[in-house]
Design a protein around this ligand. Structure first.
Ligand SMILES: [Zn+2]
Length: 180
């Protein structure tokens, strides 16, 4: 039987805490309770939850483009607040996958496609940050591997002015279903 997975993208202190170097502002804080509730619902329904997290060496070339963030095992790389609490409460649940990524795209060189396939997942719901960057490129990766994509509007945020156009592009390019 086909299954669904929730992908939580980059909800770390560096991206969500208002002190974080790449924080998405109040919009990032606002999506946290929605994501937590959705993650609970997925586990309750016997579906999967993937925590996809940026993971950079201190000298990563990626930092030519961005402020230093999500350095391996730093405090900044940990899940933010309520989501860390949620993870700590549920980490023994075998329906949770913690997946590190070096690229924007959660499917690039992470083995995530195989992890989802062996669990018969065919649809991925994506939440997290930033809508037009890592969420968008993760939707692209999922689509390229043939997964159906569902984006939760109340579960994504960005620090740019591309929230709406990011959603429109996912709908247009990947036929993503957008949940209001
Ligand atoms: Zn990064």
């Amino acid at each position: 039987m086909s299954k669904e997975a929730l992908l939580i993208v980059d909800m770390s202190n560096d991206f969500v805490d208002l002190e974080g170097p790449l924080n998405v502002g109040e919009a990032g804080l606002a999506i946290v309770p929605y994501i937590r509730d959705l993650a609970d619902k997925f586990l309750k329904d016997d579906k999967y939850v993937v925590i996809s997290m940026d993971d950079h060496a201190p000298d990563d070339k990626h930092f030519d483009s961005w402020p230093v963030h999500n350095v391996t095992r730093s405090k900044g790389q940990e899940l933010y607040g309520e989501l860390k609490e949620w993870y700590d409460e549920n980490k023994d649940n075998d329906h949770i996958i913690y997946s590190m990524k070096e690229n924007y795209n959660a499917f690039f060189k992470t083995g995530l496609e195989d992890e989802l396939r062996k669990r018969d997942v065919d649809t991925v719901h994506i939440v997290g940050v930033a809508t037009d960057i890592c969420v968008f490129l993760t939707a692209s990766g999922a689509d390229a591997y043939g997964f159906k994509t569902v984006i939760h509007k109340r579960g994504v945020a960005t620090f740019t002015d591309q929230q709406e156009s990011g959603l429109e592009h996912m709908q247009r390019c990947f036929h993503s279903e957008i949940i209001e």
